[in-house]
Design a protein around this ligand. Sequence first.
Ligand SMILES: C[S@@+](CC[C@H](N)C(=O)[O-])C[C@H]1O[C@@H](n2cnc3c(N)ncnc32)[C@H](O)[C@@H]1O
Length: 255
Amino acid sequence: MPTPSLTHSPISGFPTPTDTVARAEHDSAWTPDLPGRRPGDGERAISGNRQADWAFADAFVAEDDALVRARARSHVAGLRPVSPGTGAALRLLAAAGGAKAAVEIGTGTGVSGIHLLRGMRQDGLLTTVDSEPDRQQLAREAYREAGFAANRSRFICGRALDVLPRLTDGGYDLVFCDADRREYLDYLDEALRLLRPGGVVCFEGAFGRGRALDAAHHDDEALRLRELMRVVRDSPGLAPVLLPTDDGLLCAVRA
Ligand SMILES: C[S@@+](CC[C@H](N)C(=O)[O-])C[C@H]1O[C@@H](n2cnc3c(N)ncnc32)[C@H](O)[C@@H]1O
């Protein structure tokens, strides 16, 4: 089956909100035809203080000692690992898809890798890419501490856009991106080539720490993340979702 084609439109503006998120309360036309919904319900849900709900959801699945140690090493290294909630979502996606082969772009010290490995099949192989060998060494140790045999992971040290073209077309069930946000559109092209039909691509940090969701920000990263959201949402060959865990986990299933 051919890879779904993506045409990247020029980077500009903010993705147009869908009807269910941004209509004003006085606009009665926005209310979707759902039982129990009234004009303004969605507006109140968006504008209310949801911080406590989100914090609860993010901490809902507890992390064990191996993850706590990997997370601590990540902070010492000055990195931002996936949150517990994002890690749980990655594990769920890997498990739901019965992932046997996954690619991670941005190994860090191994927090997301442990979550992915825990969701993957017991005979699954995680290929993880990072430009920094010291970090990969820490991740190797973290996987070992989490109980994974060395043959469950393949470490490739290099820049993502040098490494990804060398990986096998259609050979992967899941691609997780957590490296240079400005390269995410390129990672998407590579991921669509790497994924089998029905495979999942995920991008950590889609919100750009709030900058990508605020049209006042025009820095390169914010613009590129907006464009990524638009392309992933509007491509006919993808079934997308934007999960609001931590800094936003943008996911899509490849047709
Ligand atoms: C946020 S950290 C990854 C955290 C990891 N996913 C976790 O949850 O533990 C981002 C990592 O991407 C790596 N990185 C950044 N740009 C890269 C690139 N262009 N190619 C490969 N790795 C890159 C960094 O060295 C860093 O280890």
